[in-house]
Design a protein around this ligand. Structure first.
Ligand code: DGL
Length: 246
């Protein structure tokens, strides 16, 4: 079984891509919506929260854990790998290198949480590929309203916070919740190129599983278990609806 975690249902954008590559995998998805948003919490708080989820997923017998949350990845993956050297952790990161590969001279907006943008891990990536035409936009509160599914609030937020960036060509969606609102971002910014880390992380997961000869496919059908830390029962149906969306 492969474990996938996020601060809510945003990581469904990652699971969608993973399922394309592992269509008969067994997955347990942990949606920590009670602690959403992670982005404005301290590094210590986030690490403690994520470590508890990791313990749970390991107890459930996961052979690999995907951090389908840019914030958790940026802050926790290094320490988790040190603390659990025998566990395979796959970590997403804002797809800023993809901009460098596909449209390096384009004006670029990186949208992510404060926690991600302030992290050493992201800053190292940014310094390496900085094209001199990049704006880093900390989208405090955005993951939270996407998680609530309140699209009116999302539209107001985007109009208010993105209106000064209508001249960008590239938008890096540096939080796994943001690919869920691509169409709404386009309404404000027009026909921009989107970059997100979900395809890269899925390929890396398969590559690492093969490299380590970890059995990850079976003859069975796909199975996805959804676990949420809150008592909000509506999460499950929203999650599976989003998963089925192309
Ligand atoms: N999906 C998380 C991420 O990718 C959301 C962060 C949050 O909870 O603030 O960063």
């Amino acid at each position: 079984m492969i474990g996938i975690l996020d601060s809510g249902i945003g990581g469904v954008s990652v699971l969608r891509e993973i399922v394309k590559l592992i269509p008969n995998g067994h997955f347990v998805y942990y949606s920590d919506s009670i602690n959403n948003p992670y982005g404005d919490k301290s590094e210590e708080e986030i690490y403690a929260i994520v470590k508890n989820i990791v313990k749970y997923l390991l107890e459930r017998g996961c052979v690999a854990i995907v951090l389908a949350c840019n914030t958790a990845s940026a802050i926790c993956v290094k320490s988790l790998r040190e603390e659990y050297p025998n566990t395979l952790f796959i970590a997403i990161e804002p797809a800023y290198k993809m901009v460098h590969d596909y449209n390096p001279s384009g004006k670029t907006l990186v949208m992510a949480t404060k926690g991600t943008l302030n992290s050493e891990k992201f800053l190292a990536l940014y310094r390496k590929y900085d094209n001199g035409r990049t704006i880093l936009l900390s989208c405090s509160g955005l993951a939270d309203i996407i998680e609530q599914g309140d699209m009116k609030k999302v539209d107001l937020y985007l109009e208010e916070n993105l209106k000064d960036y209508r001249d960008v060509n590239n938008v890096v969606l540096g939080c796994t919740h943001y690919p869920l609102i691509k169409d709404r971002i386009k309404r404000v910014l027009g026909d921009v190129n989107f970059f997100d880390g979900s395809i890269g992380v899925s390929k890396e997961l398969v590559r690492q599983l093969k490299l380590r000869s970890i059995k990850f496919c079976s003859d069975d059908k796909l199975s996805i278990e959804f676990v949420d830390s809150s008592s909000d029962l509506a999460k499950r149906s929203r999650f599976f609806k989003l998963l089925a969306r192309k």
